[in-house]
Design a protein around this ligand. Structure first.
Ligand SMILES: Cc1ncc(C[n+]2csc(CCOP(=O)(O)OP(=O)(O)O)c2C)c(N)n1
Ligand SMILES: [Mg+2]
Length: 663
């Protein structure tokens, strides 16, 4: 029998649950009277199954639980198997509840930012929401960078934060920050829990919002006093959120128009982004590109959406993208001897750009009105707010991209496009030959401090960062999941590793957050233990979340780090060289008083975390060292010392045009 207080509590619950239809309320009161237990409920559900599907969607009454337990059960019901959570005063109740969960593995990161990046790594590797948790105040603020990162790159993330008790909110109490207010500009949605009765709905909504449509981060800020209250949860089976409709689907009329544009074009290009990956449309894209014979360039977020080893692939475009991708989109130009002369166009770029799941980011477009200046642009995106935001286009189409491609494929299979685009493919082949991705040991490298300090007498043994990545690509058959920090190494990891599958290249693209690489690799490895997961990192970026080596060791997560250690903030050095006459503005990371010594000693640091590690200085040692790293069943750090003089090429300086590309 239900105790009277429980029934009162339950009715109270229902009053606070305005979304429940009256019939459901009646059903729940009946069930509560019969038995509040879960078993009874599931029996009732079994019976209702036979009666028809609509009854299956009836809310379910749970057992009386603490607010903290309701949240954890909510996570379990959403299928969460891993949470990256760092405790504190305002969240320890939640950790107590987590200790009782048989379904959720709680991983203790060594910094909340590491935990949140790990959750992102998990999400980027799987497409399912990553989950992280922190206490109020400093714990919560430490999550902000990763939340912003998830927002920029449309990654599903649910971040739960403890909050001070409700009566303390606004009083400037110990470890109080307005996390709801603070995260508003960088979340897809956020909640401040104000009633225990709302929790089941909030958790379900949070996951739905994070994972559906255009994915993104959702914050649940959860005051401690509500964590400590008791209630009998009502678990909704379905949710409907006003103002949050299902994604649109392009109609046949507009899709036919696109087919017509393809048939009329001579130089079409597919420009595809992360939307193809988050929209699970990679298979449809491959079919579409191959049947139409349209070459494909991706954004960095789109790496792997189309196999980069395919002859139709132009690799990625933009500031450090391939010259041939940039030419294919915007045309090839010849600069006059005088920099003030208008560059002369020597070959046309695309006359039709099919932009799918992209956002015309400035790192892609450069000077935006010169981007594909003479082409017709079709932009299919699930999020209408991206249309005409950065670049005016001729045909904006709001649609789930998977649906649009599926439908286009159906139409094309019934009435194939006969065009072969032969001349266009020949032009692209010429461009690919003219400017492949390439590197060499330059005079600049030979004259560098690196050579004097470390390579004396062994200049032929210098390891260029590009070499190390290319070798890693060979040794892993291009099958690894790669994460990165931010900087030159990140760009080279995109250029010299070729990605065949979606969710293989996990990088902080939009926000460009150093420190992302190693924790993201941990999250990816937890989600995909079957895969080799390697963080290709820079010395600066790796140092920003180096404490996560402890998480890797203690939690036994064998993610590897290949640190391309140039002792510098290499990307900033590159800009200093190009735009500030090489004047160094605090970009050296080594020890200025002892430049011959590599500083810090990553091998020593790794060993102190009980993580195997070695340093490689000479080319002759690289292959064997990489193999040892790959064969290790443990986490591993390989510290590869490289010169800092290399520049990432191609390079279109910010806000400039393809005519000014250095390649
Ligand atoms: C958190 C953060 N701070 C600063 C920057 C600016 N920044 C961009 S790249 C870069 C240098 C990164 O150095 P490193 O990780 O060693 O990579 P490298 O360029 O040397 O390969 C810096 C400082 C950033 N992107 N993120
Ligand atoms: Mg560096």
């Amino acid at each position: 029998m239900t105790a009277p207080w429980k029934l009162a509590e339950f009715e109270n619950n229902l009053n606070k649950y305005p979304r429940l239809p009256k019939t459901v309320v009646g059903f729940l009161v009946y069930t509560a009277l019969a038995s509040p237990g879960r078993k009874r409920m599931s029996k009732t559900r079994e019976t209702s199954k036979r009666k028809g599907t609509s009854q299956l969607n009836r809310p379910e009454l749970g057992r009386p639980s603490l607010g903290s337990e309701i949240l954890v059960e909510g996570l379990e019901r959403e299928g969460v198997d891993t949470i990256f959570a760092y405790p504190g005063g305002a969240s320890m109740e939640l950790h107590q509840a987590l200790t009782k969960s048989a379904k959720i593995r709680t991983i203790l990161p060594r910094h909340e930012q590491g935990g949140a990046f790990a959750a992102e790594g998990y999400a980027r590797a799987t497409g399912r929401a990553g989950v992280c948790m922190a206490t109020s105040g400093p714990g919560a603020t430490n999550l902000v960078t990763a939340i912003a990162d998830a927002y920029m790159d449309s990654v599903p993330l649910v971040a739960v934060t403890g909050q001070v008790p409700q009566h303390m909110i606004g009083k400037g109490g110990f470890q109080e920050t307005d996390f709801f207010g603070m995260t508003l500009p960088v979340v897809k949605h956020n909640y401040l829990v104000t009633s225990i009765h709302e929790l089941p709905r909030i958790v379900k909504e949070a996951f739905h919002i994070a994972q559906s449509g255009r994915p993104g981060p959702v914050v649940i800020d959860f005051p401690k006093n509500i964590q400590q209250q008791t209630s009998q949860p009502v678990w909704p089976k379905e949710i409907s959120i006003r103002g949050y409709p299902a994604p649109k689907q392009a109609d046949d009329l507009v899709l036919n128009e696109i087919i017509g544009l393809i048939e009329k074009s001579e130089r079409p290009v597919l420009y595809v982004g992360g939307g193809i990956i988050s929209g699970d449309a990679s298979a449809e894209l491959r079919k579409f590109a191959r049947s139409t014979k349209i070459p494909v360039t991706t954004t960095i977020m789109g790496c792997g959406a189309f196999p980069e080893t395919d002859t139709l692939s132009l690799r990625w475009l933009g500031m450090h993208g391939t010259a041939f991708a940039n030419w294919a989109v915007s045309g090839e130009f010849k600069r006059g001897s005088n920099p003030s002369d208008t560059p002369e166009k020597i070959a046309d770029g695309a006359d039709l750009l099919l932009a799918l799941g992209v956002r015309f980011d400035d790192r892609v477009t450069g000077k935006v009105d010169k981007f594909c200046e003479t082409g017709t642009i079709v932009h299919i995106d699930i999020d209408a707010s991206e249309h005409n935001k950065n670049r005016r286009v001729q045909l904006p189409v709001e649609s789930d991209v998977k649906f649009a491609l599926q439908r286009l494929n159906e139409m094309i299979s019934r009435r194939p496009i006969r065009k072969q685009f032969t001349a266009w493919h020949s032009q692209i082949a010429v461009w690919k030959k003219k400017a492949p991705l390439r590197f060499q040991v330059t005079d600049e490298v030979l004259r560098s401090q690196h050579m004097r300090d470390h390579m004396d007498g062994h200049s032929g043994e210098v390891i260029l960062p590009q070499m190390a990545i290319q070798m890693l690509y060979e040794l892993t058959d291009g099958d690894a999941i790669v994460t990165t920090g931010v900087g030159q190494h990140q760009m080279w990891a995109g250029q010299y590793y070729q990605y065949k599958e979606p969710r293989q290249f996990l990088t902080s693209a939009g926000l460009g957050a150093m420190g992302f690489g190693y924790p993201a690799a941990l999250g990816a490895k937890v989600a995909r233990p079957d895969k080799q997961v390697i963080d290709i990192d820079g010395d600066g970026s790796f140092l920003m979340n180096i404490q996560e080596l402890a998480t890797a060791h203690i939690e036994n997560i064998p993610a590897k780090a290949l640190v391309l250690n140039n002792q510098h903030l290499g990307m900033v050095v590159q800009w200093e060289d190009r735009f500030y006459a090489g004047n160094r503005g605090h970009t050296y990371l080594g020890d200025p008083l002892n430049m011959k010594n590599i500083y810090p000693d990553f091998v020593g640091i790794s060993n102190s975390f009980n993580i195997p590690s070695e340093r490689v200085m000479f080319k002759r040692d690289l292959r064997a060292a990489l193999k040892r790293m790959l064969d290790s069943k443990e986490p591993y750090v390989l510290d590869v010392i490289t010169p800092y003089t290399e520049h990432v090429i191609p390079f279109i300086p910010a806000g400039r045009t393809v005519a000014e590309m250095i390649y």
